[in-house]
Design a protein around this ligand. Structure first.
Ligand code: DAH
Length: 324
């Protein structure tokens, strides 16, 4: 009798083409009123010597049918695209698509603005040597100017001069070492400082360094280039201000601020590359001149999108990130 049920169940199953008839099949062979269930329910009425075999054969068949049922259901849902299984009139569900991080977008926007002015993009490493991060930038050991860049030093066996770069400026030196002018590069990248965080300071952040070196590069080239950058990023009517500032690797040095609802907000440092820096890489400083600048894309994104706390950028909160 159990074999008969098996034969019929399997052959019925082969003829099924819809979800509804599969459900009928399940009720008939595996449901509460199926033959198999009633055999098991009435097992006590059988003579004692038959109970064990009937019980185990019935259970085995039940498991087999359950297995076949699941297998069939899966295949049916894969192959059956008729209106039984998919309601093609329902509106589609939108996939979850990721987007660029706001800092990545702003870096791309800034580097492409400089790209249009003939600058190429190079990248450096996040670990640096003291020599490049400081010495060759005219910041000798024990010079008080080093205090401006609170440094995270790396703990390396037998080396005391490894650090996480505090700015992208060391790439000025590395590019000059490997290139004969004319040079026009921008260097986006991550920097680190041993600093407490607050609304405008992070211990890790990005910078974009710029460097142009050739014969006859002047301070007006610097101003023209940075004006054009500000026009591209903040629009043609935004006011821009230059002020004198000090950085050991430039002379003269300036900072540039932009007008923010009547306040001046500083967005970058810049200047004419210091003759000592040029000579440090073996350039003839009576032949070549250059300008350099370094800016913080986080700052720029904050001004651009009205973000009041720099820490939002790297706290990985999708409610913040998905707005961009
Ligand atoms: N490296 C400087 C900083 O981190 C920024 C800077 C200032 C870069 C003047 C420059 C520059 O290239 O000319 O504060």
């Amino acid at each position: 009798m159990i074999q008969d049920i098996k034969k019929k169940a399997i052959s019925d199953l082969q003829g099924i083409t819809s979800v509804e008839s599969l459900e009928q099949w399940r009720i008939e062979y595996l449901g509460r009123n199926s033959q198999l269930t009633s055999i098991l329910r009435n097992i006590r009425s059988l003579p004692e010597n038959e109970r064990k075999t009937v019980g185990s054969e019935t259970n085995t068949l039940k498991e087999l049918l359950q297995f076949e049922y699941k297998k069939f259901k899966l295949n049916l849902s894969k192959t059956n695209t008729s209106t039984n299984s998919i309601d093609v009139t329902l509106p589609g569900r939108k996939g979850n698509v990721g987007g660029l991080h706001p800092i990545t977008s702003i870096i791309r926007e800034i580097t492409s603005a400089f790209g249009d002015m003939g600058f190429s993009v190079v990248e450096g490493t996040e670990t640096e040597l003291e020599h490049y991060n400081f010495d060759l930038l005219n910041i000798p050991a024990n010079h008080p100017a080093r205090d401006q860049w609170d440094t995270i030093w790396l703990d390396r066996p037998n080396r005391k001069d490894n650090l996480l770069r505090t700015h992208t400026s060391p790439m000025q030196v590395r590019v000059m070492e490997n290139t004969t002018p004319p040079i026009r590069v921008v260097v986006p990248g991550k920097c680190y400082r041993y600093e407490a965080t607050d609304a405008t300071h992070e211990w890790h952040f990005h910078q974009i360094e710029g460097l142009a070196v050739a014969e006859n590069v002047t301070f007006s080239d610097l101003k023209g280039t940075l004006y054009e950058f500000a026009r591209r990023i903040f629009g043609p009517s935004r006011k821009v201000r230059f002020r004198c500032d000090f950085f050991p690797f430039v002379e003269p040095g300036v900072d540039m601020s932009i007008d923010w609802n009547g306040d001046w907000i500083e967005i970058l440092g810049a200047g004419m590359v210091h003759p000592k820096v040029l000579e440090g890489v073996g350039y003839d400083s009576s032949r070549y001149t250059g300008f350099a600048f370094g800016m913080g894309p986080e700052r720029i994104a904050m001004l651009r999108y009205n973000i009041e706390d720099i820490r939002y950028f790297f706290s990985n909160d999708l409610r913040f990130l998905s707005q961009f």
